[in-house]
Design a binder for this molecule. Structure first.
Ligand code: PMV
Length: 345
């Protein structure tokens, strides 16, 4: 019998991403720089991305909007090496570890010379895989560093698309400040990329409340697909997120903090409620997460303009204004306060 030589699923995934990469990255090799270093900030979505219309190319069903976290993020250094080496926070990572595997799978697709060994050193000042957007800034920093290393000189849109192929929300981590990811409609995803907003909101603060640094029990990619495939409420989420995006953009433009905080908190709660309606349910909160929410609601009732958001993990990100920093720190003594616009003039 004639054997069918259909490529297996993994091969198809590789080909699909590779076709897009081929359109963006020069195939002709320029002389490489000796080394390259790039930083990308973590980003926290105020209006969340949840659900992919194409899980291979990381194409979302909905547009989203984030705020970057200033100096919190990932610094990536690339140099040539005899064979591939992955270093995370000064420690070598075994190449069969999921962290290295994900990074190397991306490198295999993107590097113009397949047998060019690279040493990738990543330093993160945020917890890894705990819902603090470490993969987003990791892939954004990697793409920026590769662009420098191979001297591609890609434009921002191409960098954003490449970062998205590594991890969806990475397309927003190329900039500081507010960033919008346009979901796009094209099948190849060439219209699905992020752009920074020009707004600067100097007294906006984000408080990172780390409740657990343990890796999340289920990856956001798996949880998203579970949601899209099994939740009856997914269409309602898409309606809500469109409304929230409008409210959040209006609030940013008007610097209306109460509107921003209320819309962002409601959006996060809706996303987590949606996750609970999937089969099997997804639940990222720990008891301390819920306690923190009650503390925020109580404080708000007592007059403190304080809101929160939460991503695919138990950690809470507080939203408040600089004038209320002392009160917030009193309520949450371990909070790490970030001024997102510190380095932007
Ligand atoms: O890009 P991913 O696969 O890490 O998913 C991000 C999902 C959320 O953080 C929950 C929402 C978002 O828009 O960042």
């Amino acid at each position: 019998m004639l054997k069918c030589s259909r490529p297996d699923k993994k091969e198809l995934i590789k080909l699909d991403k590779q076709q897009i990469i081929k359109q963006l990255v020069p195939t002709k090799m320029s002389p490489i720089s000796g080394t390259a270093t790039a930083f990308a900030p973590a980003n926290i979505a105020l209006c969340k991305y949840w659900g992919k219309r194409d899980p291979i190319l990381n194409l979302p069903h909905n547009s989203s909007l984030s705020i970057s976290l200033g100096r919190k993020g990932v610094l990536t250094h690339i140099s040539q090496h005899s064979s591939d080496e992955v270093i995370l926070n000064q420690q070598p990572v075994p190449l069969d570890h999921p962290f290295a595997q994900r990074l190397l799978a991306f490198l295999r697709l993107i590097r113009p010379v397949p047998d060019l060994g690279l040493r990738i050193e990543t330093s993160a000042n945020i917890p890894i895989a705990a819902g603090v957007a470490s993969s987003a800034c990791g892939f954004a920093a990697l793409v920026k560093a590769l662009d420098q290393f191979f001297q591609w000189q890609l434009d921002d849109k191409s960098l954003s698309i490449l970062a998205r192929l590594g991890s969806g929300s990475a397309c927003r981590s190329l900039w500081q400040g507010f960033v919008e990811w346009h979901c796009g409609t094209a099948k190849d995803g060439m219209d699905s990329y992020a752009q920074p907003l020009s707004a600067i909101w100097g007294d906006l603060r984000v408080g990172l409340l780390i409740i657990s640094t343990q890796p999340k029990p289920i990856s956001s990619s798996v949880a998203m697909q579970q949601t899209v495939n099994s939740s009856l409420f997914y269409p309602s989420w898409l309606t809500k997120v469109q409304q929230d995006l409008i409210k959040i953009k209006q609030a940013i433009q008007a610097q209306d903090f109460l509107q921003l905080g209320a819309a962002a908190e409601s959006n996060a709660l809706a996303m987590h409620a949606l996750m609970q309606t999937t089969e099997p349910p997804v639940y990222y909160s720990l008891p301390a997460t819920v306690n923190a929410m009650h503390t925020v609601w109580q404080a708000r009732q007592e007059g403190l303009p304080l809101f929160f958001t939460q991503d695919a993990g138990p950690n809470i990100k507080l939203l408040f204004l600089a004038k209320d920093q002392a009160s917030v720190c009193e309520l949450f003594p371990t909070v790490d306060v970030i001024n997102p616009f510190e380095d932007i003039n």
